[in-house]
Design a protein around this ligand. Structure first.
Ligand SMILES: [Zn+2]
Length: 172
């Protein structure tokens, strides 16, 4: 066992009356809590610069020099021309094209599980982009409508996955 792993046994629940219940000791629920912390290196490959610039609060997309399409989320290769794209910066402002209201937080990612429900998953057409960017929109579900102007906001807090460094908020 490394220094980063620890365990302890705890009684999770006490039920019944030991004076009258001969099985009382066996009814106690024992729980072993294992705590594990682990550092690891993770590569996001050709998308890495997008996430690095999110930390710098800059929103990047990619642009194809041949057909002029702008991809947000970025694509390293234009799917139309099959040519490598180039990085370009967007303002991070855009408009809601469509959205879903989610009443539970699926998945194993703690960033997603921590979301209060219901929450809004919006497809945003960013100014200057040709593709829709799906992401969390922190807004009351009943105030979301097509064309709602939104902007990228940056969490500035530690996150499990760098995509959660950003989310959308309505513009004032
Ligand atoms: Zn192209």
């Amino acid at each position: 066992m490394s220094d980063n792993v620890s365990s302890r046994i705890e009684i999770a629940a006490e039920v019944g009356d030991p004076a009258t219940d001969p099985w009382w000791e066996f009814r106690q629920v024992e729980r072993i809590t294992l705590e594990l912390s682990q550092g690891y290196k993770y590569s996001l490959g050709k998308y890495s610069r997008f996430f690095i610039e999110l930390e710098n609060q800059r929103f990047l997309a990619t642009r194809c020099d041949y057909c002029a399409k702008v991809y947000a989320p970025p694509r390293p290769l234009c799917p139309v021309c099959l040519e490598p794209t180039a990085w370009t910066q967007l303002s991070g402002e855009g408009a809601v094209e469509t959205w879903s209201v989610l009443h539970f937080s699926p998945g194993s990612n703690a960033d997603v599980r921590a979301l209060e429900t219901p929450y809004v998953l919006a497809y945003v057409l960013l100014d200057g982009a040709d593709t829709l960017f799906p992401h969390l929109l922190k807004a009351p579900p009943d105030q979301v409508e097509r064309g709602l102007r939104v902007r990228v906001a940056y969490s500035g807090e530690p996150v499990q996955h760098p995509i959660h460094q950003m989310y959308f908020v309505p513009m004032e």
